[in-house]
Design a protein around this ligand. Structure first.
Ligand SMILES: NC(=O)c1ccc[n+]([C@@H]2O[C@H](COP(=O)([O-])OP(=O)(O)OC[C@H]3O[C@@H](n4cnc5c(N)ncnc54)[C@H](O)[C@@H]3O)[C@@H](O)[C@H]2O)c1
Length: 282
């Protein structure tokens, strides 16, 4: 698969587009507005220039030449693989899959979602080709973390899973694991309740954010604490994933604590807005 499409050029979409272009693929990324497309281009350029400065790639310009950020989904008509990476909103994602089904011409094309928690079946049945739909879930930051969860639905053709695995492993040099189509897959089903417990701990005054995070970093050898991790994921995304998990399993451990909801309402979304549990230089 050489012609790749990505829908959404935020944190994850830009990362997926970057790793695909770095692997030599020709990538078209679709954003929702001219303004968002300009922000997406700037994000890609900044990340690739950092990679060049660190000696990870020889030329940012060469990789950028394989990347196009546009605003029309119709530009994905000739793609062999499309990875949807818009915000974690079921109605919005379903609408994108219905449009992709109309637009993407090849019946062999794979339509993938980077969703963290929405059941793949809900996206698959929005199309007339559910056998071509699966979850291909990357981790943040995409250029750094090697894991990819592959999530077939009950309807996915096993050959599609094999092709997606080959693309991820041989094409991108990532490490795939196979997960059932259950909200949260493997990693978020374990990670999100852990992050929510830390937020509850902070909310009830057990300890400060700094001490909770230091506890896990120094006592359990985590690379960063759960509250710093929530800021990295984005508190809106964390809350949306928790809600999907709660909707699926109805377990209290997946319920978003009020502090998380208030912070999202306030626009304190973590690193991407400059403030979450910590404050960041913009
Ligand atoms: N943030 C993480 O750590 C992480 C990790 C793995 C997976 N994910 C998943 O990846 C997806 C994207 O998350 P993100 O953190 O990149 O979000 P984000 O808010 O950074 O980016 C979403 C982008 O999608 C664009 N967009 C929205 N609707 C669109 C549309 N209809 N067409 C084209 N573009 C559109 C927005 O303008 C925005 O730039 C979500 O499903 C999320 O659950 C996130």
């Amino acid at each position: 698969m050489e012609r790749v499409g990505v829908v959404g050029c935020g944190l994850m979409g830009a990362g997926i587009a970057e790793v695909a272009a770095r692997a030599g693929k020709l990538v078209v990324v679709v954003e929702s507005s001219d303004e968002a497309a300009a922000a997406g281009r700037a994000r890609l350029r900044a990340s690739l220039e950092r990679a060049e400065a660190r000696g990870k790639i020889s030329s940012a310009a060469e990789v950028l030449a394989r990347l196009r950020v546009v605003t029309e989904l119709e530009e994905l008509a000739d793609r062999e693989l499309v990875v949807e990476a818009i915000a974690e909103d079921e109605a919005a994602k379903t609408a994108v899959f219905a449009r992709l089904d109309e637009i993407v011409q090849s019946p062999d094309a794979i339509l993938a979602s980077n969703t963290s928690s929405i059941p793949i079946m809900k996206l698959a049945v929005a199309t007339n080709r559910p056998s071509q739909v699966l979850g291909v879930h990357f981790f943040n930051p995409v250029p750094v973390l090697s894991l990819v969860e592959l999530v077939p639905s009950l309807m996915t053709d096993p050959a599609v899973v094999d092709r997606a695995r080959a693309f991820v492993a041989d094409g991108l040099g990532k490490q795939p694991i196979l997960c059932q189509d259950r909200a949260g897959f493997v990693v978020n089903a374990l990670l999100i309740p852990f992050v929510l417990s830390a937020i509850r701990m902070l909310e009830s005054g057990f300890a400060t954010a700094e001490d909770i995070d230091r506890g896990l970093v120094l006592g359990a050898a985590h690379p960063q604490g759960p509250l710093a991790l929530a800021d990295l994921i984005g508190l809106d995304t964390t809350k949306a994933v928790a809600e999907s998990l709660y909707e699926e399993f109805k377990e209290p451990l997946y319920a978003a604590p009020p502090l998380l909801a208030r912070m999202v309402e306030a626009g304190l979304l973590g690193r991407k807005t400059g403030r979450g549990f910590y404050t960041y230089a913009k």
